[in-house]
Design a protein around this ligand. Structure first.
Ligand code: ATP
Ligand code: MG
Length: 437
């Protein structure tokens, strides 16, 4: 086949054969959010470009290289590169900060960044994110990390290392920036062009540069934790105590600065070595300045986002369980026009009870229909021909055990089918249980 137009580089399709993996992650994410008291928020796919310039930051990779922006009439719009800016804008614009705080919201959404596509790095990817607005307490940091930890555990993931750091507040950062400028001053001939520009405006950004030369030089740079003010250093100490009390293992990693400018104080990443170089499956931190930066009264806030593609890749690699693929409960095999009508009627009744029911729409032979039912994994098959219609009963075949039961086609059909299907389900569960012993 010569497909004339292919999907854009760095995007992916999810076929029905893979969708159960996405349902698993989305379901577990929603359940985790619910038990932590977070409610879903939805916001537009594109925003005024200015929102990201003001929040994500002008010296970040995202703003400098990765945004998909368009001019439409007089306005400039950008496809969301991440979810925090849109969430906070929406929370503010809908007056939610006037309600009881903290506000706790989550989203599952697509993000767009013009990056170099590679394993774990796409141009359209998906995030589950959670944001908490209103609490300055280190207990809120611990709570968010605990929620992230619960999510990863509930997905069945193992060996994911939690790295934490504090990148301080604007007060401690002023001192730190001075130290960084001094450190990099003698190395300007080696830094990449982007980092040269960052040296003046935002030297901490250099630590997050993806160029091996820059990150090599940055290895020996001063670390932010040596420059924290008393308040930030206290906050970090309390967080560490809380995590220890919660039995959440962590490593302090002073090199973590995160790729977005709005972060203050706590930042964290959950990192796996199972999926190659792009091993950060979930990342987040505190961003106490963002609400004010967007024009609100100063309000502390924090959050995290997990990359769904990276979570699924890690689950596949680690052999984690996904929920089962949807299967057909009842496949009806009609022979002739009258049987097709009866099939539609029976399918309707069974569907009303919540079972999946299908019947032949291809005018296939009996043999071909049975083959199709087998291939698609139907649990039960009912063959309907003229004889069955006349006798008002047919044989219901359990495709797994091969067992056949005579079932009457009158009003009692659904009830009887339901009883047989339930019994088969319990039997299957018991067999599975026996194997587990
Ligand atoms: P990285 O250092 O990997 O570029 P980042 O700092 O740009 O990450 P965030 O903006 O914090 O990442 O995004 C949170 C999470 O979203 C990441 O930890 C990752 O799991 C996922 N993610 C980010 N960018 C991509 C991408 N281009 N493709 C797939 N997943 C991504
Ligand atoms: Mg990035």
């Amino acid at each position: 086949m010569a497909l004339i137009v292919q999907r854009p580089l760095g995007t992916a399709d999810v076929t029905p054969a893979e969708i159960h993996k996405w349902y698993t992650v989305e379901q577990v994410a929603q359940d985790t959010a619910r038990v932590f008291g977070f409610r879903e928020i939805r916001f537009p796919t594109f925003e005024n470009t200015d929102l990201f310039l003001r929040s994500v930051g002008e010296t970040t990779d995202v703003v400098q290289k990765e945004m998909y922006s368009v001019m439409a009439k007089e306005s400039r719009f950008t496809l969301r590169p991440e979810g925090t800016a849109g969430t906070i804008r929406a929370v503010m614009q809908n007056g939610m900060l006037n309600d009881a705080l903290p506000q706790k919201v989550f989203y599952i959404t697509s993000c767009f960044r013009h990056e170099k596509p590679q394993a774990g790095r796409l141009r359209e990817f998906h995030q589950f994110g959670a944001e908490m607005i209103g609490s300055a307490s280190p207990a809120a940091d611990a709570e968010m990390i605990s929620m992230a930890h619960t999510l990863l555990e509930s997905l069945g993931l193992r060996n994911i290392e939690l790295n934490i750091n504090s990148i301080g507040c604007p007060a401690c950062r002023a001192e730190y920036h001075k130290a960084l400028k001094e450190f990099f001053a003698s190395k300007t001939s080696e830094l990449c062009g982007t980092c040269l520009g960052r040296l003046e405006k935002n030297p901490m950004r250099i630590l997050d540069c993806k160029s091996p030369v820059c990150s090599g030089i940055a290895k020996d740079a001063p670390v932010i934790t040596d420059y924290l003010c008393e308040e930030c250093s206290d906050h970090f100490a309390q967080l560490k105590e809380l995590l220890a009390a919660m039995n959440i293992e962590y490593k302090v990693n002073p090199k973590i600065v995160r790729g977005l400018d709005y972060y203050t104080k706590t930042v964290f990443e959950f990192i796996t070595t199972d999926i190659g170089a792009q091993g950060t499956v979930l990342a987040g931190g505190r961003y106490d300045g963002l609400v004010e930066q967007l024009g609100g009264t100063p309000t502390p806030a924090l959050g995290f986002a997990a990359g769904l593609e990276r979570l699924i890749m890690t689950m596949e690699k680690q052999g984690c369980d996904f929920m089962e693929q949807e299967k057909c409960d009842l496949y009806i095999v009609p022979m002739g026009a009258a049987a097709v009508k009866k099939s539609a009627e029976i399918a309707g009744l069974v569907r009303a009870e919540g079972y999946t029911a299908e019947y032949d729409l291809m005018n296939r032979s009996l043999k071909a229909q049975m083959k199709y039912a087998n291939k698609t994994g139907a649990a039960f098959v009912l063959v309907l021909g003229d004889n069955e219609l006349e006798a008002k009963k047919a044989r219901l075949k359990n495709m797994e055990s091969g067992e056949e039961t005579e079932i009457s086609l009158d009003d009692s059909f659904t009830e009887n089918f339901s009883a047989i299907a339930m019994a088969a389900m319990f039997a299957a569960e018991e067999t599975a249980g026996m194997f587990n012993l």
